[in-house]
Design a protein around this ligand. Structure first.
Ligand SMILES: Cc1ncc(COP(=O)(O)O)c(C=O)c1O
Length: 380
């Protein structure tokens, strides 16, 4: 099998057959000529299939070591597609620490129509095992989690799913296929907000799901076409361009994040640093085992809202904003931004405190980022 970057540059992105163009063309057409009535044509209508989207779906499924890839117009629409495999009166086990928008979707839109949820601390696989009921259909998690940077043991969850005949889904947005491939560890579906590292430049919104199960793929294909939340050909083209540099970007994100996490952890002015690459992280060993490196996301407990404000105000290159995974560094305040819709008691229990900030470490020059962090620390 070719290496990661070779796959990212070539799979689905072979030179175009008619002209030899080395970048996949943007097929903007929504409809295709059919030469006679009743003729079966591969390309018929843009919601059902589009050649640029097909190239992107081939690319992401190869990168995630799966057989079938499906592109969606946002991470949330990919999550909705995965959850469409669950019917009312069936049960889902979800991690208690995950993106606030995912929790909002589950609690505000799916629970009211009769889908049952248990939110458990999935850092202990025995908690998942205990939560399984006869009607459990799906186990859903992120790893590393957003924003507490906890790890879930993918092989343990995959095994549990197989043993108990429950489907497993992992949101791999934080790690990307460069750092880990959940399908290789026995997970049934891997999904992404490709808005983040896969897009990588904060200029495209999208989602994706990859699986190797033909029955799940058939459902997802039907759902994608029936529901219609597909990305535009231009967005697919941007993603095809972006993945070619995913390995280069991820190496730089990881290198910069490790340096900043080490620096912050050694500084007495912050209370705690959450980064799987720190030897003090409670699941550092698991991170070494299941990830190639530790990612670009670092969460920091500054101690109070006042400190969080002073720290973020002092930064020059880390822009205060939602989202993550772009080449530019961002800082966010999960309690009031990405996780505002998580109930207060749960936020407190998880550690999403008024003093918590989340850094998406970009690929700028490390000297400039280090100086920026110094500015933040000096303000405390
Ligand atoms: C881990 C994770 N999953 C899913 C999403 C939702 O993705 P999107 O914003 O592309 O709909 C986000 C968004 O921040 C996220 O951080």
């Amino acid at each position: 099998m070719p290496g990661f970057s070779t796959t990212a540059i070539h799979t689905g992105q072979e030179p175009e057959k008619v002209t030899g163009a080395v970048t996949v063309p943007i097929f903007q057409s929504t409809t295709y000529a059919q030469h006679e009535l009743g003729e079966h044509v591969k390309y018929d209508y843009g919601r059902t299939i589009n050649p640029t989207r097909e190239a992107w779906e081939t690319s992401i499924s190869a990168l995630e070591h799966g057989k079938y890839g499906f592109a969606f117009s946002s991470g949330m629409s990919a999550i909705a597609a995965a959850l469409s495999l669950v019917k009312p009166r069936e049960h889902v086990i979800a991690g208690n620490d995950m993106y606030g928008g995912t929790y909002r979707y589950f609690s505000k839109l799916l629970e009211p129509v009769g889908i049952e949820f248990s939110y458990v601390d999935m850092t202990r696989p025995e908690n998942v095992s205990k939560a399984i009921r006869p009607n459990t259909r799906l186990i859903y998690c992120e790893t590393p989690t957003n924003p507490m940077m906890s790890l879930i043991d993918l092989a343990a969850v995959g095994q549990l799913g197989r043993d108990r005949e429950v489907m497993t889904v992992v949101d791999n947005t934080f790690a990307t296929p460069y750092l880990q491939n959940p399908l290789d560890r026995g997970i049934d579906m891997v999904l992404h907000s490709v808005t983040k590292y896969l897009g990588g430049h904060s200029d495209v919104l999208g989602g994706a799901i990859v699986t190797s199960h033909p029955d799940i793929a058939e459902h997802l294909k039907f759902y994608q076409n029936s529901y219609g939340a597909v990305p535009s050909p231009f967005d697919c083209w941007l993603l095809l361009r972006s993945v070619k540099t995913l390995a280069l970007r991820m190496r730089a994100h990881c290198e910069n994040a490790q340096i900043l996490a080490d620096k912050l952890a050694a500084d007495g002015r912050v209370k705690r640093v959450y980064y799987p690459g720190l030897a003090t992280h409670p699941q550092h060993e698991l991170a070494v085992q299941q990830m190639k490196d530790f990612g670009g996301m670092v969460s920091v407990e500054t101690g109070s809202l006042e400190n969080a404000r002073k720290f973020t105000d002092a930064l020059r290159y880390f822009t205060l904003g939602e989202s993550l995974g772009g080449v530019e560094s961002l800082v966010c305040h999960p309690r009031t931004m990405t996780h505002a819709s998580v109930p207060e008691a749960r936020r407190n229990e998880l550690g999403i405190t008024p003093g918590l900030i989340r850094l998406s470490v970009g690929v700028e020059d490390i000297g400039d980022l280090t100086e920026d962090i110094d500015r933040g620390l000096s303000a405390l």
